[in-house]
Write a protein that binds this ligand. Structure first.
Ligand code: VGL
Ligand code: ZN
Length: 198
């Protein structure tokens, strides 16, 4: 049976020197490259924001990065401008193998953020990935990439909710850890039945 490797947001802006650098973000690249051949399907996600995206602090006068605002779909963390469409920051890390079957872009709607590979942050607008996986008969997923406590965790929780069998290989993930967000994410993933390997 086909198992998919879902590689979350291994992009320059999430690596050291990038606009929203995750500590040791680039350290996941060799591990992920080495894993790819063991999976029957490899899917890459790419955070892909238009200029002026509503998740950027710069779009909210008087707000600073890492604060929060209330949006129609709930609380949204405000980020530095990052992963803007067509910029070097939005490119995949130059050493990441790009032998994926599918690249799924997310966060392209100006008024809503999308951490998860499956749903935007309203937890209901689909990206289409679930249908793609189901059409290919894929029921088991391993998630890796950046950041453990945001896009990886949201993707893992949505995948579990959708009925996929989900593992997160923590050795091939790195976290932002904003105000305890990593501990919360770990507990939520454990409670959802996600296998936290690595
Ligand atoms: C991410 C914050 C904003 C992530 C993306 O990939 O975890 N985090 N956009
Ligand atoms: Zn983003």
């Amino acid at each position: 049976m086909t198992e998919a490797l879902i590689v979350i947001d291994v992009q320059n802006d999430f690596c050291p020197g990038g606009a929203l650098a995750v500590p040791e973000g680039d350290a996941v690249v060799p591990a992920i490259n080495a894993m790819m051949d063991a999976f029957g399907a490899v899917i890459l996600t790419q955070d892909w924001h238009p200029a002026g995206h509503s998740s950027f602090a710069s779009s909210h006068p008087g707000q600073a990065p890492f604060g929060t605002v209330d949006m129609s779909y709930g609380t949204q963390v405000l980020w530095p401008d990052h992963c803007m469409q067509g910029t070097k920051g939005a490119d995949f890390h130059p050493d990441l193998r790009l032998n994926g079957d599918l690249i799924i872009r997310k966060g392209f709607r100006p008024a809503i953020d999308s951490y998860s590979a499956f749903f935007e942050n309203d937890r209901s607008t689909p990206t289409g990935l679930s249908g793609y996986l189901r059409d290919r008969g894929i029921t088991r997923l391993t998630l890796v990439g950046l950041a453990t406590d945001f896009c990886v965790a949201y993707s893992a929780l949505d995948a579990a909710r959708l009925g996929f069998t989900v593992a997160v290989d923590l050795a091939a993930c790195r976290a932002i850890d904003l105000d305890g967000s990593l501990a919360v994410a770990m507990r939520e993933m454990t409670d959802a039945g996600v296998d936290l390997a690595g």
